[in-house]
Structure formats: structure tokens, C-alpha cells
Ligand binder design. Structure first.
Ligand code: MG
Length: 232
């Protein structure tokens, strides 16, 4: 049995930027010929597939073009990468990844992005993509909801322990629905107070000051699940 730490990317490993959605608009404009102008309310924590479908819908564009938009998004992400795109890694994230690996746990991804875009984002923020187990990572670009994404991860990892680390209440709800323990970091748009309303085992201000309590919470959740299976 292995322990997989499933990392969200935006707001958790990489700081959000106000222009993050520009590439979505560009991809949709390229495919449909119309640049969306109506914003989607509360997009944080949505999967990419969910958000793109919502943008198409609220702007009365052809939802049937979602696959083409996702393809175009990959193309634009690659071009952006080749132009030397840079993002900022969240405080303490690199050390947290190293600390998790040193305990014999496996770093992996659970993100609303597709795999290509996830890889470009990690590279843009100075991460080594090979520090993550891509065979046991889960991508939501084609998931209609984050619940769908976490349910897929849970069934794929049914013989293993898993913990999700994310930055939105939606990450917590999706973790809950799949029965995966959740740890929250307040490096996205939600405050620690807002995240304390979730089921999070720990709410950390960031991955630096919170690292000790995060590692303790992961250890405790693994021991809990071992005891539970011992009681069967
Ligand atoms: Mg996030």
C-alpha cells in the first residue's frame, strides 16, 4: 500500500494570476470566432472542462465545440511555454514536496487542468515535473465536475491511501464526496477562516508555516485508515 499526496495546482502549488483566464478566452475565440464577454460567477475550483463549458454556455456559444477548445488550449499553452512564460511557485511548496517524498509518500497531481497544461504550469513555476507520479495523477480537463475527478482518483487508488491538498472549498467538497481526506492551504483566493468551514484536517496559511502540521495530519490519516482496515 502506498500513500499518494494529490496536489491541486492553481492557488496551491502556483499563485493565481489575474490574467489566468485570458488563455481560455483566446482558445474559445480561436474556435468559435467570438471572444466571450460574459464572466462565469465563482470559477475557482472548477475543472477546466467545467469552466470552459460554462463560459461557452453563459456566452451562448456552441457547447459542442468543447473538445476543439480543449485542443486549442493545449496548443496555446505550448506556445505560451515556448515564449518563456513564468509563474510563481507558492511559498514553501518545493520544500513540502521534498519533505513528502523523504517520508516515502508519493507526490502526484489532482487538478482541473489537462496533463499538457499542468506540465507547462509546473515548468513555468520552476518545478521538476518528474517529482510527481504522472501514472497516479488525475486530470479534470474532461471532467464535468470536480466530484467526477475525485471519484475517478478514489477508484484508481482504491488499494492505497490518498490525501488531497487544495486551496478552495470546492476541492474540499469534492474530496469529501470521494471519501479522500483533505488538507487546505490559504494561498489561493480563500482565507484560512473561509477554509476552516470545510472538512479540512488542517488549514495552513501556507506550505511553509503549515508544513509541520500538514505532515502530522497526513501521518495521522494514514494511521487511521490502517486501524480501520485492521478492525475489519
Ligand atoms: Mg486550486
Amino acid at each position: 500500500m502506498s500513500t499518494y499526496i494529490l496536489w491541486d495546482i492553481d492557488g496551491t502549488l502556483i499563485y493565481n494570476t489575474p490574467t489566468a483566464g485570458a488563455l481560455y478566452l483566446e482558445a474559445i475565440e480561436h474556435v468559435t470566432g467570438t471572444r466571450p464577454t460574459v464572466p462565469v460567477p465563482d470559477p475557482h475550483g472548477m475543472t477546466e472542462g467545467q469552466l470552459l463549458a460554462a463560459i461557452l454556455e453563459v456566452n451562448e456559444l456552441d457547447a459542442g465545440r468543447l473538445g476543439d477548445v480543449l485542443y486549442q488550449l493545449d496548443e496555446l499553452s505550448r506556445e505560451q511555454h515556448e515564449r518563456g512564460w513564468a509563474r510563481d511557485a507558492c511559498l514553501g511548496a518545493a520544500d513540502a514536496i521534498a519533505a513528502i517524498a523523504s517520508r516515502g509518500w508519493t507526490n502526484a497531481l489532482l487538478t482541473g487542468n489537462g496533463p499538457n497544461r499542468a506540465r507547462y504550469k509546473l515548468l513555468a513555476a520552476g518545478y521538476d515535473p518528474e517529482d510527481f507520479d504522472w501514472e497516479h495523477s488525475y486530470f479534470g480537463h474532461q471532467s464535468p465536475t470536480r466530484h467526477h475527478l475525485t471519484a475517478g482518483a478514489r477508484s484508481a487508488l482504491s488499494d492505497h491511501d490518498a490525501v488531497i491538498i487544495g486551496d478552495t472549498p470546492n476541492d474540499g467538497l469534492a474530496a469529501d464526496s470521494a471519501g479522500i481526506p483533505f488538507i487546505a492551504v490559504a494561498t489561493g483566493i480563500y482565507s484560512a477562516d473561509q477554509l476552516r468551514a470545510t472538512s479540512a484536517l488542517v488549514v495552513a496559511d501556507d506550505l511553509s508555516s503549515g508544513l509541520g502540521s500538514i505532515l502530522e495530519a497526513i501521518s495521522a490519516s494514514i494511521n487511521d485508515s490502517t486501524e480501520e482496515s485492521g478492525n475489519l
